[in-house]
Design a binder for this molecule. Sequence first.
Ligand SMILES: Cc1cc2nc3c(=O)[nH]c(=O)nc-3n(C[C@H](O)[C@H](O)[C@H](O)COP(=O)(O)O)c2cc1C
Length: 200
Amino acid sequence: MDFFEVVRRRRSIRRFTSDTVKEEDLKAILEAARLAPSPKNEQPWHFIVIRNPEFKKQLQEMVNAMMDTRIQLETDEVRRRRIEEMRFYANYFGQAPVVIAVLTQPWPVGRPELQGLQAFDSGLQGVSMAVAYILLAATALGYGSAWATAPVDFAGPELEAMLGVEKPWMLLGLASLGVAAHQPRPLPRKDLDEISTFVD
Ligand SMILES: Cc1cc2nc3c(=O)[nH]c(=O)nc-3n(C[C@H](O)[C@H](O)[C@H](O)COP(=O)(O)O)c2cc1C
């Protein structure tokens, strides 16, 4: 598939068939992430591939339980509703045949001399590129994919404990992969004129 076709086709897929992701395709998707650019080529990422349905279910149940707790503790009705609306978006990963938990380290990784010298978190920018490569590689191979940070928003420490994540690693989010059971229409994007300025 042509690169721009891949970019156009990629949608966030949140419902999957029961078809599996072939081992060689999964490796190719991870290989794409491996080749992503990163600050000082530090590659501040680690990928935990989760295929065990029972374990996925346990992770999903943990997210749900933590969301329940948050809703119970929340006194503001609007915020309670908002959390409830996010439930599906934090949980759909449980139905995906493959979930890739993406870990990163706080920037600068083992380089105290760089502390405070960056305007933004370079490590986070690097790992975000690896995530984008995962989503695009999955699309190129005909799979559906989606990125989710909401599970970490609600149950970050709990998921990290279940996944055996140890400091300085941190769980950034979950990429779901599988054969798409729906093909959502593209969501509107801002016009190019609105998001770009040419200085000639
Ligand atoms: C940093 C980031 C976090 C996201 N977190 C979630 C999430 O927690 N749950 C979810 O369902 N989608 C999540 N998404 C997917 C976005 O909702 C989606 O990309 C956006 O609505 C555009 O739709 P599209 O991907 O189909 O083009 C996230 C996307 C990004 C880039």
